[in-house]
Write a protein that binds this ligand. Structure first.
Ligand SMILES: Cc1cc2nc3c(=O)[nH]c(=O)nc-3n(C[C@H](O)[C@H](O)[C@H](O)COP(=O)(O)OP(=O)(O)OC[C@H]3O[C@@H](n4cnc5c(N)ncnc54)[C@H](O)[C@@H]3O)c2cc1C
Ligand code: SF4
Ligand code: SF4
Ligand code: SF4
Length: 418
């Protein structure tokens, strides 16, 4: 039976929970806000099924992709709403058009990401955009299995470990299943996200109402109830310097107020915590599913540094990096009818190391989760400092970017590497 002694040995996919014949495993939140399986030993019959489907215990071999590409969705509106080049929506639309079902991650009513499925083009929209919080898998694998058994086409998207979990859960290959993993360097704690939201909404509404009007719609201090939209990757100021966006809608005794809070990636407290790698799930520092181990058909990521490979794609609106990992993936991708720019795999990995390498665990990570009475803002200011070397690199990069256009930079780099 599953018994998690070392937390880095569980990625939280819930495959064990969904496969247990006695339904005696539940996911329980730990002090950091991550979910782990807990077995009711009174009911367990020691069948070993939970261990058989665990993607961390049963890790697959690494696989080399069949090909790598850079591409963008020609629909500008969809690309703007997506985190990278908007390829996910194209794959999803293709599946829906064939009468299939698409699984992805959307926000629930409490602004927590969780898995859901869509059978219409409109229902795909909430899946768009990266949500930088670990998503609740719930019974998504079970539901996908039902659709597969009924003969429906299924496109299942998720992080690499979630795809690995699905594959182990299903225990057989279905011809009508296509899996897409999104590259991730780690998933942040839902608890930290929740704390950040509460602190931010409360700060915003207190300052914006100037202390004169009390907020009427935030019942019982539940400021989160006033949120209308969240984006971790708003492209309002460009793809490279993405921003965090929060839209609030609340009423005061004076009337209705709408407020848009926008902060760039270097300034925003939550994005700083995420990118400092301090608030990630312990399993992410020894990821069990990178380098093709997830078993996915296609892998999607950002194509950072595209200017050296395809300068004409460098319009700061987002470019997708895609690896094709199976014939099934290749066939779907080639049927999208978009221009695929072939890319050397080494280039992709060099520019986006999260493809192959797990994130390094910061030495002071556990300090972040200490119950010291500090809120997220204080914790980030105290613990998530950008190292001096990284700061210098960023300044130099900004100066160089300021001096040359992306196109010229691409030409310079090409001539140097030739
Ligand atoms: C936690 C996290 C970390 C990431 N880290 C990296 C990284 O290190 N390098 C990099 O290149 N890209 C990273 N990404 C972004 C990822 O590359 C893009 O989501 C991907 O390229 C797809 O972009 P798109 O433009 O095609 O479509 P989009 O519309 O942006 O894609 C949305 C897809 O992401 C899924 N999704 C959204 N949030 C979650 C979530 N919390 N858990 C699981 N699936 C989710 C949706 O279901 C959908 O399939 C990360 C994304 C997440 C969620
Ligand atoms: S051993 Fe079998 S019954 Fe016990 S928790 Fe695992 S799957 Fe459930
Ligand atoms: S990795 Fe998934 S299957 Fe394995 S113990 Fe954790 S939740 Fe269960
Ligand atoms: S880094 Fe690995 S373990 Fe962590 S969420 Fe991403 S795929 Fe899963």
């Amino acid at each position: 039976m599953i018994d998690i002694k070392d937390k880095s040995n569980c990625c939280g996919c819930a495959a064990c929970v969904q496969r247990c014949p006695k339904q005696c495993i539940s996911m329980v939140e730990d002090n950091e806000g991550f979910l782990y399986p807990k077995v009711d030993t009174q009911v367990c019959v020691d069948c070993g099924m939970c261990e058989k489907v665990c993607p961390v215990i049963n890790q697959s071999e690494e696989r080399k992709p069949l090909g790598a590409f850079a591409a963008v969705n020609p629909n500008e509106q969809i690309r703007r709403e997506s985190s990278s080049g908007g390829i996910f929506t194209m794959l999803a639309n293709k599946t829906i058009a064939k009468g299939g079902v698409v699984f992805g991650v959307k926000f629930n009513k409490d602004w927590m990401p969780e898995f859901g499925y869509a059978e219409t083009m409109e229902d795909i929209a909430p899946f768009r955009g990266s949500k930088y919080v670990q998503a609740i898998v719930g019974n998504a694998y079970k539901k996908a299995e039902e659709f597969l058994k009924a003969g429906r086409d299924v496109l299942f998207s998720g992080t690499s470990c979630q795809i690995a979990g699905l594959k182990k859960f299903l225990r057989k290959d279905y011809e009508n299943l296509l899996t897409v993993d999104i590259i991730c360097h780690g998933v942040p704690s839902p608890k930290v996200w929740n704390m950040y939201l509460e602190e931010t909404c409360s700060k915003l509404m207190k300052t914006r109402t100037d202390g004169k009007n009390s907020v009427v719609s935030a019942k019982g201090g539940e400021y989160k109830s006033c949120i209308e939209a969240v984006s971790f990757r708003s492209k309002i100021n460009g793809w490279k310097k993405f921003s965090f966006l929060l839209k609030l809608n609340f009423s005061t005794f004076d009337g209705k107020n709408t407020d848009v809070f926008l902060e760039n990636v270097q300034k925003n407290i939550y994005l700083r915590a995420f990118l400092s790698d301090m608030i990630l799930r312990p399993s992410c520092y020894s990821c069990p599913a990178k380098s093709g181990k997830s078993g996915s058909d296609l892998t999607l990521a950002d194509y950072w540094g595209i200017y050296t490979l395809v300068p004409e794609l460098d319009d700061d609106k987002g470019v997708s990096a895609i690896t094709v990992n199976s014939k099934r993936g290749e066939s779907l991708l080639k049927n999208l009818g978009i221009i695929l720019h072939e890319a050397p795999l080494e280039d992709l990995i060099h520019k986006n190391p999260a493809f192959a390498k797990p994130t390094k665990r910061p030495e002071n990570r556990d300090e972040f989760f200490k119950d010291d009475g500090n809120g997220v803002y204080d914790k980030v200011r105290l613990l998530c400092k950008v190292p001096f070397k990284k700061k210098c690199k960023r300044i130099i990069k900004n100066i160089v970017f300021g001096m040359f256009s992306a196109k010229t930079l691409g030409k310079i780099k090409k001539s140097i590497t030739r």
